[in-house]
Design a protein around this ligand. Structure first.
Ligand code: HSE
Length: 402
């Protein structure tokens, strides 16, 4: 029987305990042995909880117990998760985590430490919640040179955008619902401003390139400036608005970004709604494929953590190779990325907008008579920004995914 410790008894941690208990018989068959939660580390006590007697407050109880072979780190944040993870790996205990912040910051280093100590640092739940993404990239797609990974990687923002678009719900109510459902981060700014999706695409980009992609160098824009009339313009163009996290490799290098995009209704990403996430992958041999499922929530995320625990049990004493070297990759200049843009301008700015952008077809809405919108030609970020800055009547812009 493998003994497991869970660090952090919050949404995901308690979900891990629930999944291990509810599916114990089939998990035991698949792992080759039963998996049993021996400790739960938390600052709090949980009187009345069936696992209350396993709660400890001191990490050394776990680190010093040779029976514990796998640790689930579901605390989130950098510290003390980083220190606890390093100590567990140094003690030869495998660590399975949902902590995207820690993986984005220290993934390569922790994988190397696990390799050194013949154990594993697995992080399936850190990207895409319950969708298997990391394992397919590292295993099923290992023969591919991956040229692009693009996706809807944040459940909270996708939920908000869907509610705003389909039900006309306002931003604050939709966010509240996402929080109540346990989808949002402790500080929902991390969801809304794109920081969470940024860390997730940094992890995927690191696996795509095999080197460290620094999430701080990824251009990141959230959904807080999306207004109700943006959805009306999008509809007029046959498009939806989605927060896309993208990493693309071409002759100039690898470009990564997180930003809202207008996505054509025919795109598979357009039909990804509510808390669902999707990861679109383009490989040089396999072509295009998409992984789809629940991107947040207690049990889907916990299921991904437990899948890693099973993998650790199956590979006890063996390191599973994962190519992510601790060498930083220089991303290509985002300013040179080229897109078309949907631009909103105050009514009085029409003549100047035409001078700057050339002739265009004007889009108007009955509910926004004081402005109009148009679609630009494809241009670089730098060129577009310079034009927007020269247009005092500029209201906003959204990139279009072509
Ligand atoms: N807050 C995250 C989301 C949770 O909404 O996607 C899963 O990482």
């Amino acid at each position: 029987m493998a003994k497991v410790a869970v660090l952090g008894y919050g949404t995901v941690g308690s979900g891990v305990v629930e999944v291990l208990e509810n599916n114990s018989a089939l998990i035991a068959k698949r792992a080759g042995e039963a998996l049993c939660v021996k400790y739960i580390l938390d600052l709090r006590d949980f009187p009345g909880d069936p696992y209350a007697d396993r709660v400890v407050h001191d990490i050394s109880v776990i680190l010093e117990d040779p029976e514990v072979s796998v640790v689930c780190e579901t605390m989130g944040g950098n510290e003390p998760a980083f220190t606890f993870t390093k100590k567990a790996l140094q003690a030869g205990k495998s660590v399975c985590t949902s902590n995207k912040e820690l993986v984005a910051n220290h993934g390569a280093e922790l994988i190397a430490l696990a390799r050194e100590h013949d154990c594993n640092y697995l992080f399936e739940a850190s990207v895409g919640g319950g969708i298997p993404v990391i394992r397919p990239l590292c295993n099923a797609l290992t023969a591919e040179s991956v040229e692009e990974i693009s996706g809807i990687l944040n459940g909270t923002t996708n939920y908000i955008l869907t509610k705003m678009e389909k039900e006309g719900m306002d931003f604050a109510d939709a966010l509240k619902q996402a929080q109540d459902a346990g989808y949002a981060e402790k500080n929902p700014e991390a969801d809304v401003e794109g920081y969470d999706a940024c860390r997730k695409i940094a992890i995927l980009a690191s696996l795509m390139t095999g080197k460290n992609v620094d999430y701080q160098e990824i251009y990141t824009e959230g959904i807080s400036r999306i207004a109700p009339c943006d959805f009306a313009y999008a509809r007029r163009l046959g498009k939806r608005i989605k927060l896309l996290a993208t990493c693309r490799a071409d002759a100039e290098g690898c470009r990564a970004s997180v930003a809202p995009f207008l996505v054509g209704e025919e795109s598979p990403l357009a039909g990804v709604n509510d808390v669902f996430n999707a990861v679109f992958v383009r490989g040089n041999m396999v072509g295009e494929l998409m992984l789809y499922g629940k991107g947040a929530g207690k049990l889907p995320t916990a299921s991904a953590v437990v899948a890693d625990v099973v993998d650790c049990a199956k590979h006890a004493g063996k390191h599973i190779i994962c190519l992510w070297e601790n060498e930083k990759i220089q991303l290509a200049d985002f300013d040179q990325s080229r897109s078309r843009f949907l631009v909103r301008v105050k009514k009085s700015g029409e003549a100047q907008a035409k001078e700057l952008f050339g002739d265009f077809e004007k889009l108007t809405l009955e509910e926004a008579l004081e402005e109009f919108a148009f679609v630009t030609e494809k241009m670089s970020e730098a060129e577009a920004r310079q034009k927007f800055e020269s247009l005092p009547e500029f209201v906003s812009r959204i990139r279009i995914r072509d």
